[in-house]
Design a protein around this ligand. Structure first.
Ligand SMILES: [Ca+2]
Length: 164
């Protein structure tokens, strides 16, 4: 083995070691940043109510599911739309594992699986929008982006997007 190939092997070894270290740091970061909760949006959600949305506010709703193994106390959590119109979840609301809660845009009496925004107008734009769920500390737990692809065909695209 000449000096050139020894150098090449050394460079490869160093680069590999650095790559491993970088991977390790990334892995650690990912573990460190792993969400404490597994609350997810159930999609597609009903952002386009039948008829005039502003007159059928409870025809418009969004559902969250706890896919984790522990109950999640959602006291003080917030849900907001793309315009940052925000609903704050009442103190004491707990979502059990494998359970859902549906959040209606209109008024009603909150139960263990239904909450009411009691907005005076629609929350979810019928063409495109974003829903963001934050915990009581303001840390993003889940985000959902949606866009109707064309006015007449009803085709829709929805994505989970952390880049909101
Ligand atoms: Ca709507």
């Amino acid at each position: 083995m000449g000096q050139g190939s020894t150098l090449a092997v050394t460079v490869i070894a160093v680069v590999s070691a650095l790559a491993l270290i970088a991977y390790g740091v990334l892995l650690f970061d990912n573990l460190h940043d792993a969400p404490a909760y597994q609350i997810e949006f159930v999609t597609p959600f009903l952002y386009d109510a039948n008829g005039d949305d502003n007159r059928n506010l409870n025809g418009e709703y969004i559902t969250l599911m706890n896919r984790g193994e522990l109950p999640v106390d959602m006291s003080g959590w917030t849900l907001r739309n793309a315009l940052r119109v925000t609903l704050t979840i009442a103190d004491g609301f707990v979502l059990p594992p494998e359970s859902t809660v549906t959040i209606y845009s209109g008024c009603g009496e909150d139960t263990s699986d239904a909450l009411y925004w009691c907005s005076e107008r629609e929350i979810w734009d019928n063409n495109s929008g974003a829903a963001t769920l934050l915990d009581a500390e303001g840390t993003k737990v889940a985000a959902h982006y949606y866009q109707r692809l064309c006015e007449t065909c009803g085709s829709k695209r929805e994505t989970e997007d952390d880049a909101l």
